[in-house]
Design a protein around this ligand. Structure first.
Ligand SMILES: [Zn+2]
Length: 123
């Protein structure tokens, strides 16, 4: 998964995107690709942030998506150790996006239908 992510120039990839049914994601984190097992968001900040997002499943599509600015994340690392960390900004966003994939939620489902239509008409 790390390899695919690097090859595709992505900053995140979720198991379901590569036919992997386990709850795992690969994220470019702290300057290197890392795998996170069973990632779970324990807390989302009430403060949100709107940023443009892309997705390896939708090449060339970028959408402005509103997400929590900060999250507390729990996961299991490759040594099978359960860890927690606090993330904000872009890294918080990448994890929220990838965990959405694990739950079958795509970023295009995070914007309303009128917005989608408007974008289609605009392009
Ligand atoms: Zn994606």
């Amino acid at each position: 998964m790390k390899k695919i992510m690097m090859k595709e120039d992505g900053i995140g990839l979720a198991g379901p995107q590569v036919g992997e049914s386990k709850r795992l994601i690969a994220v470019f984190f702290d300057g290197q690709p890392e795998v996170f097992l069973n990632p779970r968001i324990l807390r989302k900040s009430r403060k949100t942030e709107i940023m443009e997002e892309g997705c390896l499943s939708f090449p060339g599509l970028f959408l402005k998506i509103k997400r929590a600015k900060e999250i507390d994340l729990e996961f299991v690392d490759l040594n099978n150790i359960k860890k927690r960390m606090n993330l904000e900004g872009l890294s918080a966003r990448v994890f929220q996006h990838e965990i959405d994939h694990l739950d079958g939620m795509l970023f295009i489902n995070r914007i309303s239908l009128p917005k989608k239509l408007w974008r289609l008409l605009k392009n």
